[in-house]
Design a protein around this ligand. Structure first.
Ligand SMILES: NC(=O)c1ccc[n+]([C@@H]2O[C@H](COP(=O)([O-])OP(=O)(O)OC[C@H]3O[C@@H](n4cnc5c(N)ncnc54)[C@H](O)[C@@H]3O)[C@@H](O)[C@H]2O)c1
Length: 124
């Protein structure tokens, strides 16, 4: 019996990195995982792999740009359509940019805010 049996968890930025590992761990613990990311190919491949290992309900991929409210609405609707509910969220998606602040173009600053702050806010 897994620690997350019966739970449905949406993980943003789950196509690679820490989000991917969270998706693998949660699925191994019995959760049905909604892998949400802008990286469609990698996200689909991970969902497919987890379904192959753990059964056809184990995971599904949804395209999600966390800075877009309409993407969140569509992702939650897809999760509810597939599994009937959402129990948990991992607001994992995030980006890092390494410019010094005074050398950071406004566009880049706004992109970081959009993904790391607006994205987390919309997720909640
Ligand atoms: N790796 C570390 O040492 C570390 C340390 C502290 C915090 N973090 C945080 O943990 C999180 C994951 O980090 P990581 O190292 O796995 O990074 P990563 O770059 O490997 O993975 C980030 C994932 O987020 C996705 N993503 C980026 N922009 C997105 C958007 N607009 N919408 C949806 N998905 C988007 C990417 O496609 C990618 O799959 C980030 O929020 C990062 O800031 C990482």
């Amino acid at each position: 019996m897994g620690k997350l049996d019966g739970r449905v968890v949406l993980i943003s930025g789950a196509a690679r990195g820490q989000g991917e590992q969270e998706a693998r761990l949660f699925a191994a613990e019995g959760a049905r995982v909604v892998i949400a990311d802008v990286l469609d190919e990698q996200g689909e491949a991970l969902a497919e792999e987890l379904r192959g290992e753990l059964g056809k309900e184990a995971a599904r991929f949804v395209h999600l740009d966390v800075g877009r409210e309409e993407d969140w609405r569509a992702a939650v609707a897809a999760a509810k359509d597939a599994y009937g509910k959402v129990d948990g969220l991992v607001n994992n998606a995030g980006i890092l940019r390494f410019n010094e602040l005074v050398a950071t173009p406004l566009e880049e600053f706004e992109q970081v805010v959009r993904v790391n702050q607006v994205g987390a806010f919309l997720g909640i």
